[in-house]
Write a protein that binds this ligand. Structure first.
Ligand code: SF4
Ligand code: SF4
Length: 287
């Protein structure tokens, strides 16, 4: 089963949940951790993997053969991203804007466009404490996270437990990371900001048809509005992590909770079994 761990905003403790969930399973399951937060991957800080493979990620961008080009303007017309422009007798390509969709080369009537690879980041593969670890890293200054997320997700092995650390927010990279999950854990905190971003995240996962549950981090601060919302929307709160100075201290040192106290290993294992049961009952009711 693929379990994605998402949050409507950054800094809610998403990586804390994803890494501790993976570590709690490491002894009894063949678990994978995919860090798809490719703009700022940080699961490696907690898992400290040994990286043994590194693969650059390219997107195809157009290269125009000026000999063949008649400057008809068709390529600029079809580009939805303004990444190619035809001015007088010249075609200009703006590589940073190009999404590599291939429309311009496909539709060029003169066959004047070939595609060349442009490196936008890297996927690194390794192992940590019995967990297969894969993360993507987008090069600084690049904006195209989804192609790297797709490359990371190619490593999902059916039949295994895969935990995905999703980028924060609800934009395209988040959708790319969450789609096709068996279950999505939404990590939030009991504050007005937490509630606002949780509502957006719930709308997104529902649109994708993915079942979800909530992890309430820093429980004890703020108010009860997140709990009231979850009750009203019939969304289970599967785990509450208290606002606690010891948890903050461990987190700041990159020490996973499950490595500090058996209580947390049991708590995250229970979380996993709850998710498993819920995912099974949803797939059972769909049959
Ligand atoms: S579509 Fe082809 S021929 Fe027309 S301007 Fe673009 S590259 Fe040139
Ligand atoms: S590949 Fe797609 S995004 Fe890139 S320039 Fe061509 S049409 Fe535009």
């Amino acid at each position: 089963m693929v379990i994605s761990v998402a949050s409507g905003k950054g800094g809610t403790g998403k990586t804390l949940v994803a890494t501790n969930l993976a570590l709690s399973l490491a002894g009894e399951d063949r678990v994978q951790l995919l860090d798809c937060d490719v703009e700022e991957p940080d699961a490696h800080i907690f898992l400290k993997p040994v990286i043994n493979q590194s693969k650059p990620v390219f997107i195809p961008i157009p290269q125009v053969d000026e000999e063949k080009c008649t400057h008809c303007g068709k390529c600029a017309e079809v580009c939805a991203y303004n990444a190619i422009a035809v001015i007088k007798n010249k075609v200009l390509v703006f590589p940073e804007l190009c999404h590599g969709c291939g429309a311009c080369s496909y539709l060029c009537p003169e066959d004047a466009i070939k595609e060349v690879g442009r490196e936008i980041g890297v996927v690194e593969i390794g192992n940590s404490k019995g967990i297969d670890f894969i993360h993507g890293k987008l090069n600084i200054g690049e904006a195209m996270a989804p192609p790297i997320i797709r490359e990371v997700k190619k490593h999902v092995e059916p039949g295994r437990t895969t935990i995905i650390d999703v980028p924060p927010g609800t934009s395209c990279p988040v959708v790319e990371a969450v789609k096709e999950s068996g279950f999505c854990l939404l990590v939030t905190e009991p504050t007005p900001f937490g509630l606002n971003d949780l509502i957006l995240a719930v709308e997104m996962v529902r649109e994708l048809g993915v079942s979800c549950g909530v992890v309430l981090n820093r429980a004890g601060v703020g108010d009860k509005k997140v709990e009231d919302y979850c009750l009203k929307e019939n969304i289970p709160i599967l785990l509450q992590i208290p606002l606690d100075i010891e948890i903050a201290r461990l987190y700041s040192k990159g020490i996973p909770l499950v490595e500090n106290a058996p209580y947390w290993r049991e708590t995250f294992l229970k979380l996993f079994h709850d998710i498993e049961q819920r995912a099974q009952s949803v797939s059972g009711s769909e049959r």
